[in-house]
Design a binder for this molecule. Structure first.
Ligand code: PMT
Length: 435
């Protein structure tokens, strides 16, 4: 299901945003609404609240707001930020980085694609200041649904009327399902990454370098489930988004990709071979079987370190027990076993999900497990780690070099990780590095 953040600003066309919201819902989208203060003069938040069954955010500081940092959480849990209608004021704020209310702060914090449907008086729309702001936003990667000509609320006729709501929704749906369009954070402007749903095949292959041709990448993805009994298990919050993003990026760069996937909340990208392995032991077995054919191994899965020693064959009953003790046994360390048994030329990449002393722990994992590269995520940072569409990490290589990656979509981070892998491969080919 696509998640749309619908931003409504203060123009007479604000009432049409209700229809846009209904059409998006009918197209299968989950819509969350944010309004500017002026928008609430035209349509009451209650209208959107009743139809979405969700709090409508107007002001971060409103005591009724259930989320104290709503602009961050709102902006990072959507696949598209759609502004209908957009006033001259909000366009000017977005273009100039002004963040003095909820919606403008949300725009600044947002990594998802942004689409703007302006509506205003013709003279305002044609002002040089407006032209500059629109051009600036286009350069920043923002998409526009241009206003059309017609009779305006001010009784004049000219360009400035909000596009038909059906057309706005059609363009929004095309944007989020278009595998070739870019997020606003795609600095290269190459259009190589799209919205944030990793179930899609997100790389535009014609624009992506093919520097992994001939490589066979094996990757573990998702969280493992360690059975307690036939209905209960121990697991973690991994969604599979990071691992699938690496798999999709490697495929687009020419590699053959095999994914060994545990439990994931998103679908694997098209075109990769997927082997499901839910428990750590199964994942270990699948990886050991596939490893001899591989040239790159990436351990992106969150593998349980311990599993119940004796899973019950039948459901454990709670009657007569106030407490229960589970005995756990260490699981096989897949990554360490791959590195220990590696064949010549196999590049081994691990992840480290840490909550403190991130770099030190990650370096020590790299040394203990014998890795070429470790990607260290500080999972305490907002927008990083489990289940988010974005990540923040440091890529550390065995030769001592490191690269800090600030907040960015996981698809973009996947490309950064593969850049480091490709550099290492170039060095092995020229004989200056031995994995
Ligand atoms: O899936 P997402 O929601 O997108 O979240 C991404 C992520 C946070 C899961 C991912 O980026 C990540 O950090 N994965 C590793 C999580 C983890 O289990 O870290 P760790 O520090 O416990 O393990 C270190 C490395 O050893 C990892 O590469 C892990 O795959 C591997 N490992 C650990 C234990 C084990 N028994 N076998 C392993 O292979």
């Amino acid at each position: 299901m696509k998640r749309i953040g619908l931003g409504v600003t203060g123009g007479i066309a604000a009432y049409k945003a209700v229809e846009v919201m209904r059409l998006l819902q009918r197209s299968g989208c989950d819509v969350t609404v944010a309004m500017t203060r002026h928008a609430t003069e035209f349509v009451r938040p209650l209208t959107f609240r009743a139809l979405t069954d969700k709090h409508v955010i107007v002001d971060d500081y409103d005591p009724d707001n259930p989320d104290p940092i709503a602009h961050i959480n709102f902006s990072q849990n959507i696949d598209l930020l759609l502004i209908v209608p957009a006033t001259a004021n909000i366009i000017a704020k977005f273009a100039n980085g002004v963040a003095d209310d909820f919606l403008s702060s949300t725009y600044l914090a947002c990594t998802a694609p942004v689409m703007i449907a302006p509506a205003m008086n013709t003279t305002m729309w044609e002002q040089p200041a407006m032209r500059r702001n629109v051009e600036q936003l286009r350069t920043d990667g923002v998409h526009f649904v241009e206003p059309v000509a017609g009779e305006l609320a001010c009784k004049t006729v000219g360009t400035g009327k909000l596009e038909d709501v059906e057309n706005i929704v059609a363009q929004a749906m095309a944007l989020i399902s278009n595998a070739g369009s870019s997020t606003r954070m795609d600095e290269s402007g190459s259009g190589s990454t799209v919205g944030l749903n990793p179930s899609q095949h997100f790389f535009n292959e014609s624009n992506t370098k093919r520097d992994l041709e001939g490589e066979r990448l094996l990757i573990t993805v998702g969280g493992t489930r360690e059975a307690i009994d036939p209905v209960r298990f121990i697991s973690n919050h991994s969604s599979g988004k990071m691992g699938f993003a690496v798999a999709a990026a490697a495929l687009a760069r020419g590699a053959e990709v095999t994914v060994v996937a545990g439990a994931t909340t998103v679908e694997p990208p098209e075109g990769v071979r997927v082997i499901r392995a839910m428990a750590a032991a199964e994942m270990h077995e699948a990886v050991m079987r596939e490893m001899p054919k591989s040239t790159i191994f990436v351990g992106a899965a969150a593998v349980a370190d311990y599993a119940p020693s004796n899973a019950a064959d039948t459901k454990i009953k709670k009657e007569g027990r106030e407490t229960m003790t589970l005995q756990l046994t260490k699981t096989p360390d897949i990554l360490a076993d791959v590195a220990r048994n590696r064949h010549e030329g196999l590049i081994v990449v691990g992840f480290a999900a840490e909550t403190s002393d991130v770099i030190e722990y990650a370096r020590s994992k790299m040394e203990k497990k014998g890795l070429d590269i470790v990607v260290a995520n500080d999972i305490t940072q907002r927008g990083a780690g489990f289940n988010s569409d974005t990540n923040i990490a440091t890529i550390i290589s065995r030769d001592g070099s490191s690269r800090d990656l600030s907040l960015r979509p996981k698809q973009e981070m996947a490309q950064d990780i593969l850049d480091v892998v490709a550099q290492l491969r170039a060095r092995t080919t020229e004989g200056t590095y031995r994995p």
